[in-house]
Ligand binder design. Structure first.
Ligand SMILES: Nc1ncnc2c1ncn2[C@@H]1O[C@H](COP(=O)(O)OP(=O)(O)O)[C@@H](O)[C@H]1O
Ligand SMILES: [Mg+2]
Length: 506
């Protein structure tokens, strides 16, 4: 079998020369572009050259009259229904098994068309990277997909094939009636041109750039072209030719009054259909696997976040292990606004500390604090050991404790309660209820020395006098001189130490 493509009586192309080639067929509607493309496809099919034809108007199924071509698309007349999901698999079968495919896009909306074509072409591109076999992609109405001056994913994909497909054996046949509207970069890659008749000035200008003639010569020659005539350009070789008429049925022919007989079409062999079914079920299997994999990933993610939560809760539980709640179980907690004229002091046994686990340090929970600043003070076991404090500081602490120890018992209790419940502010009645001191006692003999020392403060509110523990502020001021040595942590330790020791004085 000859290895030439017989395009015209005057033009016989070398089959080898077509590998990786970018061919452009231009001309106005009705000038014979599709016929020329059809002739090239026929010649390639005759040589069993693998291909896909992107057929936007459904005019290439007629190739089946003579060749075993698979028509995929949607609606009547297609052999296999295709969508963006399975487009990649069909492209794969086409390239791997050498199945010529007509991708009939006439039944799709433009969005669907774009998605489908992207999937199809990217599959071809990727596969060509590994197979590196001759393969050609014909694209009708190419200006729709590679418009000049517009950027999109599909256009980039087609441009990539035109620009860099050669190394992979990928070639393209670009057909367009709007020369000026086709992307110039892609057009400039066309090593082989079939220039049919054009009339628009802009298209004529494009031809002038492609042909080595003077403008008016170009115009004159191009104007004289009849249907089927074109100028063949390949490098230096420029040849006006008449392209032979297609042998197979041309569905895109210009309608006439003659009745048209639909051709007897060749069926695609069962083995091809089976290959495609295999690819599609493989894809289904793959998507089921993917789904499972996704599910596992999702479950792992949720497991990990649960682990985090468990770790968080364990941390809280560890911390709570050191919390000591000083809550009398039956003590009424009175808001400061509620005046309680008669509150029976509770027996001290009713508000014994509740130790959750061990009692390395007291932690104080201010439940009665009416202010929003109420907080649980948690002493973590990791804190600096009290022994780490310098002797001078410890001596200062001892002196203070001794000084407070000389105060009246009622005041010591009051202090113990307030610093244990800082930063809450409490009415005399509340303090009385919690410390078993009669309110009159506190009223008549206010704890002046403690107030003067700055260990507590007295506040007058609309509902009466309130007291509040201010140990932290006191320590910060009283031990300020030691701060350069003991730092903030040391001051904190002093506060804890004093809180412990002063609480026991009551
Ligand atoms: N080389 C040719 N010889 C005879 N008829 C042709 C030839 N080329 C095209 N035709 C006819 O001209 C009409 C338009 O051709 P077509 O290839 O569909 O044009 P285009 O794709 O440029 O719109 C069709 O009826 C077709 O059969
Ligand atoms: Mg056409």
């Amino acid at each position: 079998m000859a290895t030439t493509l017989d395009i015209s009586r005057d033009l016989h192309l070398d089959l080898e020369g077509i590998i990786g080639q970018c061919v452009a067929i231009l001309g106005i509607r009705g000038s014979g572009k599709s016929n020329t493309a059809g002739v090239i496809f026929e010649e390639l099919l005759r040589h069993r050259y693998p291909m896909s034809i992107v057929d936007i108007e459904g005019e290439y199924f007629g190739l089946k009259e003579k060749y075993e071509v698979l028509v995929v698309g949607t609606g009547d007349g297609v052999e296999i229904e295709i969508d963006a999901d399975c487009a990649g698999e069909i492209a794969q079968v086409s390239m791997e098994e050498n199945v010529p495919v007509v991708l009939d896009l006439s039944g799709f909306l433009s969005d669907e068309r774009t998605e489908l074509l992207k999937a199809y072409l990217s599959s071809l591109w990727n596969l060509a990277g590994t197979l590196r076999r001759p393969y050609i992609i014909g694209i009708e109405e190419a200006h729709e997909f590679i418009p000049q001056g517009v950027k999109n994913e599909l256009k980039e994909m087609i441009a990539r094939i035109a620009l860099r497909g050669r190394k992979r054996g990928l070639g393209g046949i670009i057909v367009s009636q709007r020369s000026a509207k086709v992307d110039k970069d892609v057009l400039s890659q066309a090593g082989m041109l079939f220039l049919h008749r054009v009339v628009h000035e802009v298209d004529m200008r494009v031809y002038s750039e492609l042909l080595p003639w003077r403008k008016n010569e170009v115009k004159e020659i191009v104007n004289s072209l009849e249907t089927g005539d074109c100028i063949y350009v390949n490098g230096d070789r420029i040849l006006p030719i008449y392209v032979r008429e297609r042998e197979t049925f041309h569905a895109g022919f210009t309608p006439s009054l003659e009745s048209v007989q639909s051709p007897e079409l060749k069926k695609v062999s069962e083995s091809i259909i089976e290959a495609i079914e295999r690819a599609r079920s493989g894809k289904r299997r793959k998507s089921a696997e993917d789904e499972l994999r996704d599910r596992i990933a999702r479950l792992e993610e949720s497991l990990a976040s649960k682990d985090d939560r468990i770790a968080e809760l364990e941390e809280v539980a560890r911390t709570l292990g050191y919390i000591k709640l000083e809550l009398p179980s039956v003590v009424p907690v009175l808001p400061p606004s509620v005046a309680t004229p008669k509150v029976e002091p509770l027996p001290r046994s009713s508000y014994r500390p509740v130790v959750v686990r061990e009692e390395p340090k007291p932690v104080l929970l201010d439940v009665a604090d009416p202010s929003p600043a109420a907080e649980v003070i948690i002493e973590s076991p990791e804190e600096e050991p009290l022994e780490g404090l310098p002797p001078a500081v410890l001596r200062h602490v001892d002196r203070l404790v001794a000084r407070v120890g000389r105060c009246e018992l009622a005041h010591r209790r009051l202090l113990g309660f307030l610093i244990g419940h800082a930063p809450g502010s409490y009415s005399i009645d509340q303090i009385s209820a919690w410390t078993s001191c009669a309110p009159e006692m506190i009223e008549e003999e206010p704890p002046r020395e403690l107030i003067d020392a700055g260990l507590i403060c007295r506040e007058r509110r609309t509902d009466g006098v309130h007291y509040r523990g201010t140990l932290r502020t006191f320590v910060n001021r009283e031990f300020e001189v030691y701060q350069p040595d003991i730092g903030g942590t040391g001051l904190h330790s002093v506060t804890r130490l004093l809180r412990q020791q002063l609480a026991t004085l009551g």
